[in-house]
Design a protein around this ligand. Structure first.
Ligand SMILES: Cc1cc2nc3c(=O)[nH]c(=O)nc-3n(C[C@H](O)[C@H](O)[C@H](O)COP(=O)(O)OP(=O)(O)OC[C@H]3O[C@@H](n4cnc5c(N)ncnc54)[C@H](O)[C@@H]3O)c2cc1C
Length: 291
């Protein structure tokens, strides 16, 4: 496939990158690992012709401890997220979601920021990050802002980012004592295959009862979908297969799946129910230190 002509710029600083992108408007696109952008060029889905590189800006890369939580730079590769003991210690779900992406070659280029900013409904890291209570930090010409990660997504390929704004970091908080996380996804092949449905959960267990669950669905709605009603069903209750099945059924009811080449809407609802039960069981096992 032919590549269209484009210009490629490497600004000397983050503020220069934001100012340049803001002045160019819709003709500019940031490029991180390029694993989404380059195929989108080839398919003529991307119309910007001025590429502004971010990958050489050191302040956007790396995973650093921040209080009890973590600051994960937007340009950190998903491979680094998947293999980070710091991430794994706080959210196994996020590390597992990063590990589920593409192939080893893709993971070594793809960034977590790009995974968020392209905002495709089947992206793996957003549901796991949201279930783990993550926030996003954005910087643009008008300054810095932060918000819960679930507020970042507006629709397929649409986010709150304004022209020239960069996702500089994903902030993963310290997890509540006695909590466990899980990310469960189904794909048609084992490797390099997009999620057909996914469920991320964080459940806290205290004195044998569940508290403060966060449940997020992926690939079955336009944006990562938090299912508060299912979380409320678990609140204050003892873990049991019957209760997990009931809460999982609620997730399936609230999912908004589409039918496409990877699966029908009905099949996706079935998947949500199965994956949610697995996610609840694994999150509780981890909360109780049993796995
Ligand atoms: C073969 C293949 C398999 C894949 N499998 C999966 C999979 O299983 N699961 C999955 O979730 N994804 C998958 N992907 C998608 C892709 O690899 C990820 O979404 C990746 O994380 C995107 O990151 P990137 O750095 O390559 O982004 P880029 O392609 O560089 O950029 C993507 C978009 O985000 C914008 N952007 C990037 N970083 C920033 C930032 N910091 N601030 C503001 N805007 C930014 C860019 O302008 C662009 O619009 C796959 C891709 C391929 C090619």
């Amino acid at each position: 496939m032919a590549m269209p002509d484009f210009t490629y710029v490497r600004p000397g600083s983050l503020s220069d990158a934001c100012a340049l992108a803001s002045s160019l408007g819709a003709d500019a696109a940031f490029i991180a690992g390029g694993t989404e952008l380059i195929p989108d060029f080839q398919r003529e889905r991307e119309t910007a012709r001025q590429l502004i590189a971010l990958d050489h800006l050191p302040e956007l890369r790396g995973i650093a401890e921040d209080g009890g939580g973590l600051c994960i730079g937007g340009l950190t590769t998903v491979s680094a997220v998947a293999s980070s003991p710091l991430v794994r210690a706080r959210s196994v779900a996020l590390a597992d979601a990063a590990r589920a992406i593409g192939s080893a070659q893709i993971r070594s280029l793809a960034t977590i920021g790009g995974n968020f900013c392209r905002a495709v409904p089947c992206a793996d890291t957003p549901p796991a990050a949201i279930a783990s209570g993550a926030r996003v930090r954005l910087i643009g010409v008008h300054g810095t802002r932060e918000m819960p990660a679930e507020e970042f997504f507006l629709g397929p390929r649409r986010t709150v980012l304004t022209s020239g704004e960069v996702l500089v970091a994903i902030l993963l908080p310290a997890q509540p004592a006695g909590s466990g996380t899980s990310y469960q996804r189904f794909s048609r092949r084992k490797g390099a295959s997009l999620a057909v449905a996914a469920v991320a959960a964080r459940i806290t267990v205290a004195k044998g009862r569940m508290q403060g669950a966060r449940i997020v669905l992926g690939a079955v709605s336009p944006v990562p979908l938090m299912i508060s009603a299912a979380a409320a069903m678990l609140e204050g209750e003892r873990p049991s297969a019957a209760l997990f099945a009931k809460a999982a059924a609620q997730c399936a009811v609230e999912a908004l799946p589409i039918t496409d080449v990877r699966g029908t809407a009905d099949f996706r609802r079935e998947l949500v129910s199965v994956l949610a039960q697995r996610a609840f069981e694994q999150a509780v096992e981890r909360a109780e230190g049993r796995s």
